[in-house]
Design a protein around this ligand. Structure first.
Ligand SMILES: Cc1cc2nc3c(=O)[nH]c(=O)nc-3n(C[C@H](O)[C@H](O)[C@H](O)COP(=O)(O)OP(=O)(O)OC[C@H]3O[C@@H](n4cnc5c(N)ncnc54)[C@H](O)[C@@H]3O)c2cc1C
Length: 573
């Protein structure tokens, strides 16, 4: 069927919903989402949302901006970091007014806790900057925003999967979407499409991300010939539950938790003498990996301990109850008495669709792409640079989601619908048909497991030219096998077999683009660590990478970094 809306927002996580609330009532708006809105990954966010409210101790937005820039290893665009840090207190109070039940202090003001890389006085000591609701902050914000969306009557197409952008004469005119319940393919025509499809942490074997995080929006834009920015910067969170990757929030260390090696040593003092366990994630994740490499993992194994036993049962129950129940369920351990076995887990994509400060998607020449916007984890403003600080993503979603919504509300009314091609669903239909028509071939799930393993081995915390080359060779092989792969389920209703096969196409494209970007950047910065080029090299590499699908594979170009207040300096903690 053909549907028409002024604005179609793809994704109902916090970025998509926050943008929707700005345009609803002013423009005919629809939100489509692969999962029921409240199941979006934003609902899994645990630890908090950063803002220099100064409720617990003195704080300033300038310190927050500085931490964000330094945390991003100076690849952060500083105009974006300034917007983020300045707007943060307003954004948090706005959420409070929308009904978000933040934890409170005795005087009734919003409580705040410490988080990695957030400091006072430009790096002197940790500061309590994260507003939170126990360890389910994303859950309560997502539920509140969804409640707002329902009360304003925003049209939601739930369990609809965007497959392709429809682009004609350089203008995005709509998209194709697959309805899970019926197997129907729909065309949604729009004056503006906003992509808020989240990250693609499912590219890695060990991941904190939900199963739907397969980068569909980024991949659709990439297929349409648009560039993706800074893909090589992929965050590994230091503390995933060993063997599972399920996240143990940084809030555990924010509340005073300590990482220990096999000797019981609080080893972070060696790697970040000033802020120790509250160093940014890239630093802590590499420190854990270094301890493991030196044979000081627990029992000589590939994990360390996160100890929160000294916080006391009451504090743990009050503020870290969800993570404690994860540990009880998955490891059979009691966090009030036993340390948690942890190792780094893939967590967040710093890169994504390049946008300006109002969420307009930019092409490789830096020009706005007509009809296309992006916000949230799938976008790259770039506010997180080479390494995102904890608590800055939830903030990014509501600050830049709102800005994108506002800008669309201002600009879209003056615009006409773009022309659709004669058969707008053709390319998508052919892709689905090809998968459904093959009767013999390998199963997609096997290919996906091989891809995730390869990315884990060669493109995770430590990278080398040889490893990245090897991974690219495996991706070549997996791509040709994917072209012959088959699915078992021929049905139309809730065909998750087909969905996973379509997602695999996206993961493969993003893997190749990521590997090429990582191979090209011959320096180490933030989350991108090249063992063969261990130093940061500002003279050559203080620039953003753009990668776009060319005739014969990914093509690389660059974009300058915006530096305003803080000149790049050596990064120590
Ligand atoms: C376990 C965990 C804990 C975290 N904790 C914190 C924290 O405490 N603080 C913090 O700042 N950050 C945290 N983060 C990071 C943060 O939660 C995410 O970066 C953020 O929620 C992403 O939000 P989003 O709106 O961009 O997308 P998501 O919330 O990921 O939502 C993506 C949306 O896109 C939709 N979608 C995707 N593909 C398609 C498609 N093809 N068609 C239609 N719809 C599609 C999905 O249905 C979904 O609605 C955490 C992340 C994880 C994984």
């Amino acid at each position: 069927m053909l549907f028409s809306h002024d604005v179609v927002i793809v994704g109902s996580g916090l970025a998509g919903l926050r943008a929707a609330l700005e345009v609803a009532g002013r423009l005919d708006t629809a939100v489509i989402s692969k999962v029921y809105p409240t199941r979006s990954h934003s609902g899994a966010a645990q630890g908090g949302i950063g803002a220099a409210l100064g409720n617990e101790e003195p704080d300033r937005w300038e310190w927050h901006m500085y931490d964000t820039v330094k945390g991003g290893d100076y690849l952060t665009d500083q105009d974006a970091a300034e917007v983020l840090a300045r707007d943060a207190p307003r954004a948090v109070y706005e959420l409070e007014h929308m009904g978000v039940p933040f934890n409170r202090r005795a005087d009734g003001t919003i409580a705040q806790r410490a988080f990695g890389g957030h400091t006072r006085d430009y790096g002197q000591a940790p500061v309590k900057r994260a507003a939170y609701a126990a360890d389910r902050t994303g859950r309560v914000i997502l539920d509140s925003l969804f409640g707002q969306a329902v009360s304003r009557g925003i049209q939601v197409y739930a369990e609809w999967l965007m497959l392709d952008l429809i682009v004609r004469d350089g203008r995005v005119a709509g998209l194709t979407a697959y309805e899970l319940a019926t197997g129907e393919l729909h065309v949604l025509r729009a004056k503006a499409v906003l992509l808020a499809t989240g990250g693609f942490g499912r590219l890695f074997e060990t991941s904190s991300n939900c199963f739907t995080n397969t980068g569909d929006g980024a991949a659709a834009a990439y297929r349409a010939g648009l560039p993706l920015e800074d893909l090589e910067f992929i965050q590994f969170h230091p503390t995933g539950i060993r063997g599972l990757g399920v996240l143990i929030s940084e809030a555990a260390r924010g509340e005073g938790g300590i990482l220990r090696n096999d000797l019981g040593e609080p080893f972070m003092a060696r790697y970040a003498p000033t802020i120790k366990d509250l160093a940014p994630r890239d630093v802590v994740a590499r420190a854990i990996a270094a301890e493991i490499r030196l044979g000081r993992g627990i029992g000589g194994g590939d994990f360390v301990h996160l100890d929160i036993t000294h916080l006391g049962a009451e504090r743990i129950r009050e503020r870290l109850s969800d993570i404690s129940s994860f540990v009880r369920i998955y490891q059979g351990l009691d966090t009030t008495e036993q340390p948690i076995p942890v190792k780094p887990t893939c967590h967040y994509m710093m890169g994504g669709l390049p946008t300006d400060l109002e969420g307009r998607v930019l092409d490789a020449e830096g020009r706005a792409v007509a009809g296309l916007w992006a916000a949230g984890e799938c976008a790259c403003v770039s506010v997180h640079g080479a390494n995102r600080l904890g608590c800055n993503s939830l903030l990014d979603l509501v600050v830049f989601g709102r800005r994108a919504g506002r800008a669309m509300a201002d600009q879209v009314p003056g615009e006409a619908f773009g022309d659709l091609p004669p058969d707008p669903g053709q390319a998508t239909r052919e892709r689905i048909q090809a998968l459904k028509s093959r009767t013999r071939g390998e199963r997609v799930s096997d290919l996906r497991a091989a891809l995730q393993k390869t990315m884990m081995e060669d493109c995770a915390l430590f990278r080398t030219e040889a490893g990245l080359e090897r991974a690219l060779g495996i991706v070549d092989d997996l791509e040709s096998r994917y072209r012959r792969a088959t699915i078992d389920d021929p049905s139309s209703r809730y065909n998750t077999d087909l969905i996973e096969a379509l997602e695999m196409g996206n993961l493969l494209a993003l893997a190749r683009a990521t590997l090429v970007a990582a191979r090209t950047r011959t320096e180490s910065r933030g989350a991108h660590f090249r063992e063969d080029f261990p130093e940061r090299n500002d003279a050559q590499w203080l620039k953003h990478t753009l990668v776009r699908q060319g005739e014969s594979g990914p093509e690389i170009s660059y974009r300058p970094v915006t530096v305003t207040r803080f000149q790049p300096r050596a990064r120590t903690y």
